[in-house]
Write a protein that binds this ligand. Structure first.
Ligand SMILES: Nc1ncnc2c1ncn2[C@@H]1O[C@H](COP(=O)(O)OP(=O)(O)O)[C@@H](O)[C@H]1O
Ligand SMILES: [Mg+2]
Length: 375
């Protein structure tokens, strides 16, 4: 087992005008499950391949434990990689596929057999050891690919979107299995996915990348509760956090007919940048519905209720709760919003909800730089 350290690690592909991975700094603990997540093209695979030795490192360094592996060939790094397309040898049995790397390394036959059988037991593959890959389901092939990595007992596991070829249900099952297996084996693991739900459910910590730049590295809980910038705020969480640009007023921000208090520090930081607005973020579950009205005109005839008037367009009923997809007028513009409501009390399409963000659950970001201003 070992730590993994990226230190200002940079990859510039030949002919590219900017780095695919730009001065990446990550310190992964011994036995940790770290997930690299971000949209397609953000540099996840490149980061992983740099650690594997499959991609040159053009700046900075990478260490496994206290060994500098920056320029070592892949075979000397003591890592095992699981790819998206399992890359099994079609003409070999499951047992031979799993033991192949050991055979190449000259490990005695009896020892290979023992290790393959042990791994097969862990992965529930014992009865398939004599089969060829084409006679296996997608999930079983994926487990063979895992088995091939496990038998090598590497210092580090690297996995690049290993679940993306599985159907949705199997993906959920297998992600629990992989996370459980990793915890049992205790082998330091770097896992790449574009799926934020996978990242949040599997990782001890999650590192979010965008355009080759690390945005935030944190526990799933902290990532959700305190996203470091607008990108992370919008990327982590489903349905996504509502992000609205609102004017700064005395002591807070104007949210429809209400003023929501915001810390003096956050407003001061925005003012220092010369901003007259901030972008506030509210998760769908953090709105309080203060009033419901039949339709917009009815609410306008009386005293205007508190909060923001959201006209209900679509209601997604999920049983335990429901998501209201609606529109509200914010700063003279129509803005789409998502509000979570109780599953047994969903509003009608066309009705109006008056919502205010729950105190203390408001995220405040700089409109100009995108960085987080609230604590
Ligand atoms: N072999 C390559 N040659 C040139 N550019 C590449 C190569 N591989 C990836 N890239 C570019 O580097 C960036 C990061 O790619 P990649 O690491 O594959 O992203 P991800 O895995 O997050 O989707 C992308 O802009 C991609 O087009
Ligand atoms: Mg990739």
């Amino acid at each position: 087992m070992a730590t993994v350290t990226y230190e200002k690690a940079t990859r510039i592909y030949p002919g590219a005008d900017k780095p695919a991975v730009d001065q990446l700094d990550i310190a992964i603990e011994d036995g940790e499950f770290l997930v690299l997540v971000g949209p397609s093209g953000c540099g996840k695979s490149t980061s992983l391949r740099m650690l594997a030795g499959l991609e040159d490192v053009n700046g900075g360094s990478i260490r496994i434990g206290d060994r500098d592996v920056t320029h070592l060939p892949p075979k000397d790094r003591d890592i095992a990689m699981v790819f998206q397309n399992y890359a099994l040898y079609p003409h070999m049995t499951v047992a031979d596929n799993m033991g192949f790397a050991l055979k190449i390394a000259g490990v005695p036959k009896a020892e290979i057999r023992q290790k393959v059988e042990d791994a097969a037991r862990i992965l529930d593959l014992t009865e398939y050891l004599g089969r060829k890959p084409k006679a296996l389901s997608g999930g079983q092939r994926q487990r063979v690919a895992m088995g091939r990595a496990i038998v090598r007992e590497p210092q580090v596991f690297l996995m690049d979107e290993p679940l993306s070829n599985l159907d949705a249900k199997l993906r959920v099952q297998t992600r629990t299995q992989i996370a459980g297996l990793q915890r049992r084996l205790g082998i330091t693991t770097v896992y790449v996915t574009h799926d934020q739900v996978e990242a949040m459910t599997m990782g001890d910590r999650v590192a979010v990348l965008k355009d080759g730049l690390l945005q935030q590295i944190d526990s799933p809980r902290n990532m959700y509760d305190r996203p470091a910038n607008l990108f992370v705020a919008g990327f982590i969480g489903s349905p996504a956090m509502n992000l609205v640009e609102v004017p700064i007023t005395d002591g807070g921000v104007k949210f429809g007919n209400s003023v929501v208090p915001v810390s003096r520090e956050a407003l001061g930081a925005a003012a220092d940048k010369g901003d007259r607005t901030v972008t506030v973020g509210v998760r769908p579950e953090h709105f309080d519905v203060v009033e419901r009205t039949g339709d917009q005109s009815a609410s306008l005839s009386k005293d205007a209720p508190a909060g923001l008037a959201v006209t209900v367009n679509v209601v997604e009923e999920l049983g335990a709760d429901g998501y209201v997809y609606g529109t509200a007028e914010v700063g003279g513009e129509q803005k789409d919003l998502v509000v979570r409501v109780g599953g047994r009390n969903v509003p009608d399409k066309g009705s109006v909800l008056h919502v205010v963000p729950r105190p203390g659950e408001l995220h405040v970001f700089s409109t100009s730089s995108g960085e987080r201003l609230s604590d």
